[in-house]
Design a protein around this ligand. Structure first.
Ligand code: KDG
Length: 318
């Protein structure tokens, strides 16, 4: 049995060397990046059995994605290969103040947008302890929206814990479209991760993190709601109890993937039998370590986490 199964799109990220612009760079660093595989890699690096599935072009580019995820210990057996569609790409120009980071997606017609439920190994999903995807997946196509709903429902009805991060991306859809799709999925989700800004701007929630978590749990019967507040820490509401966690200070080298590292750290500890407070602590430490690393992926060890926690205690709450 695999502890964690995640699914979604993984792109190739092309980024010019720091200090260079997309329009003039002659070289691009290439790395795999996708919210759900970022979560699987973090969990695998932290010692859990993790699998990721998707649909990829049967081409050197698709094989490159799989090769990179496998190199981190992620099981990619469930990947479906396709001859007719593209490998999604994204371009990232690192910002330095006052020039912001710029992300350009080039992901139209990616193979994953055609992934249908009948192509998914649902037995593997039902066998997993946790099944995870994020709000990016249903944003990518109507087909994938239906597949996401089917996979989460199949997982939950088999007793697999389902986890979902809203992960709103304004470049993919409007807040109204996203809110409607999220609400259609909420009945099939046990553990919800929500950035406070997404809960406010997309779901129209207001108040502090605790009242947002209580409102969402009451309306949709989530087992656990985790609200992240960026630099001011995170809060979880689980079976009526509230847990708060500070952030661990980090020098930020590359912030992309911080939220996925948070989820990966949380699920890794949860799958190892950790309670909610311990899982939140691992989430926060994994997120802070990710910020020190280049790329979307948190290459971290349990020893890294233990060191952060033992040196910085509860973290900083503002
Ligand atoms: O959370 C980081 C992701 O945004 C990044 O890995 C790319 O999956 C990605 C997306 O769709 O933006």
């Amino acid at each position: 049995m695999t502890a964690l199964v995640t699914f979604g799109e993984t792109m190739l990220r092309l980024s010019p060397p720091r200090g260079e612009r997309l329009e003039t760079a002659r070289e691009f660093e290439v790395q795999a990046g996708g919210a759900e595989s970022n979560v699987a890699v973090a969990a695998a690096r932290l010692g859990r059995d993790a699998a990721w599935f998707s649909k990829l072009p049967d081409s050197p580019l698709g094989r490159r994605v799989v090769g990179e995820l496998r190199s981190h210990g992620v099981d990619t057996e469930g990947v479906v290969w396709d001859d007719d569609h593209r490998q999604g790409l994204y371009y990232l120009e690192h910002g330095v103040a006052p020039r912001p980071t710029n992300v350009i997606y080039d992901r139209a017609d990616a193979a994953v947008t055609t992934l249908e439920t009948n192509e998914v190994d649902l037995d593997a999903v039902r066998d997993a302890a946790v099944c995870y995807t994020s709000g990016i997946t249903p944003a990518l196509s109507e087909t994938l929206r239906a597949t996401t709903a089917d996979v989460l429902a199949a997982a939950q009805s088999a007793g697999t814990t389902t986890a979902f991060d809203l992960n709103y991306r304004a470049k993919l859809w409007s807040p109204e479209e996203a809110a409607e799709a999220y609400r259609d999925l909420f009945d099939s989700i046990d553990v919800l991760f929500a950035a406070q800004r997404d809960a406010e701007n997309v779901l129209g929630r207001d108040g502090d993190a605790e009242s947002i978590a209580r409102g969402l749990a009451a309306d949709y019967d989530f087992e656990t709601v985790v609200v992240t507040r960026g630099a001011t820490g995170s809060l979880a509401l689980s079976d009526g109890d509230v847990y708060e966690q500070g952030v661990y200070e980090a020098e930020t080298h590359d912030a992309i993937g911080t939220g996925d590292a948070f989820v990966g750290g949380y699920l890794a500890k949860y799958l190892a039998g950790g309670d909610v407070a311990e899982s939140l602590q691992w989430a926060s430490a994994t997120a802070s370590l990710k910020r020190t690393l280049e790329g979307d992926i948190a290459v971290v060890t349990p020893e890294d986490i233990e060191r952060v926690v033992s040196e910085e205690g509860e973290g900083i709450s503002r």
